[in-house]
Design a binder for this molecule. Structure first.
Ligand code: KIV
Length: 295
C-alpha cells in the first residue's frame, strides 16, 4: 500500500508546506485565496489554487459585520468544516479569530487544536509580530503549521486608527523586519504581508527563508492572496487599490434573481417541461374525481 493514504488514482496530489517552501526556493509563485463555504472552496480548489484560507474576513463579506472582530471560534469552525469538505488538493488554513489567542498561549493552542481536530484545518493563521513568538513556538511544537500575518492586521483596527498602510517610517520598517525574523525563528511556516509598501514587502521576502504571501504588498512576495469576494465583486463597496476584479458575481446573481422574479410574476416559470407529471391512468382518474371545493 502506498503512503499516499488511500488516495484514488484520479485524485490530485495534495499541496504541502514543503512543496510551498520549494516554490519559494525555485521562484514559482504561490497562489492563495480565501473561501468560506463548500461551493466556492470547490471552485477555488478545482482552479488549482495552492492555499485556501478560511479568513476571518468572513465576518465582513459573509456575515455583514463592519470589522473582523465579532466573529467567533465556533462560527469559524463551522465555515472551515464546509471548506474542508470541498477541498481535495489545496492546503486549508483557518484564521484564528480575535479573542481566540490573545489572552494566553495555552488558550491559543487549545483553540488552534480545535481547528485541526474538529474542522480538518492543516494550518492556522494568527495576526501580530514578535509578541506572538511564544505562541508560534508552542503551536509548531504541537505540530500545527502557523501562518504569521504582519503589516495591516485587521484585528488591530482600533490600535491602528483604521485600515491604513503600515511600515512607512524607518522605525516601522525596522519593527516589521524584526517581527518577520522573530516569527520565522519561532517556527512560522509562512507569512502573510498585508497593506505595506512594495519595497518593504520585497525586503522582508528577500530576508526570510519562509514563503511570504502578499495582499496589498506588491508583486515581489513569494505569492499572492486575495479575498474571494473582492475578486468577484461581491462586497458592495469600493474595492481597495490592491484589488483586481476578475469577474462580476454581483451582476451575475442580480440578473439571475431578477429574471427568476420576473418569470414567476409573469407565470412563465415553471414551464410544463419543468413540472412532474402523473402517469396517464392516474392523470385520468384525477381528472374524473369530483373537485371538493374548500375542503
Ligand atoms: O481574513 C482574511 O481574509 C485574511 C486575508 C486578507 C489574508 O486575513
Amino acid at each position: 500500500m502506498s503512503l499516499t493514504n488511500f488516495r484514488t488514482a484520479d485524485a490530485p496530489a495534495p499541496v504541502t508546506f514543503p512543496a510551498l517552501q520549494e516554490k519559494k526556493h525555485t521562484g514559482q509563485p504561490i497562489t492563495a485565496l480565501t473561501a468560506y463555504d463548500f461551493a466556492t472552496a470547490r471552485l477555488v480548489d478545482e482552479a488549482g489554487i495552492d492555499l485556501i484560507l478560511v479568513g476571518d474576513s468572513l465576518a465582513q463579506v459573509v456575515l455583514g459585520y463592519d470589522s473582523t472582530l465579532p466573529v467567533t471560534v465556533d462560527e469559524m469552525l463551522h465555515h472551515t468544516r464546509a471548506v474542508r469538505r470541498a477541498v481535495r488538493r489545496a492546503i486549508v488554513a483557518a484564521d484564528m479569530p480575535f479573542g481566540s489567542y490573545q489572552a494566553s498561549e495555552v488558550e491559543g493552542v487549545a483553540n488552534a487544536v480545535r481547528f485541526v481536530k474538529e474542522a480538518g484545518a492543516q494550518a492556522v493563521k494568527i495576526e501580530g509580530g514578535a509578541s506572538r513568538a511564544e505562541l508560534v513556538e508552542r503551536l509548531t511544537a504541537a505540530e500545527i503549521p502557523v501562518i504569521g500575518h504582519l503589516g495591516l492586521t485587521p484585528q488591530s483596527v482600533h490600535r491602528m486608527g483604521g485600515y491604513k498602510v503600515q511600515g512607512k517610517s524607518a522605525a516601522a520598517i525596522g519593527a516589521l523586519l524584526h517581527d518577520a525574523h522573530t516569527l520565522e525563528a519561532a517556527g512560522a511556516a509562512m507569512l502573510v504581508l498585508e497593506g505595506m509598501p512594495r519595497e518593504v514587502a520585497a525586503r522582508i521576502t528577500a530576508e526570510v527563508g519562509i514563503p511570504t504571501i502578499g495582499i496589498g504588498a506588491g508583486p515581489d512576495c513569494d505569492g499572492q492572496i486575495l479575498v474571494f469576494h473582492d475578486l468577484v465583486n461581491l462586497t458592495f463597496s469600493t474595492p481597495a487599490k490592491f484589488v483586481r476584479q476578475y469577474g462580476d458575481a454581483a451582476a451575475l446573481f442580480r440578473n439571475a434573481v431578477e429574471g427568476y422574479r420576473r418569470d414567476v410574476v409573469e407565470r412563465t416559470f415553471p414551464a410544463d417541461e419543468e413540472s412532474y407529471h402523473l402517469p396517464k391512468e392516474a392523470a385520468a382518474a384525477l381528472k374524473d374525481a369530483p373537485v371538493r371545493h374548500g375542503a
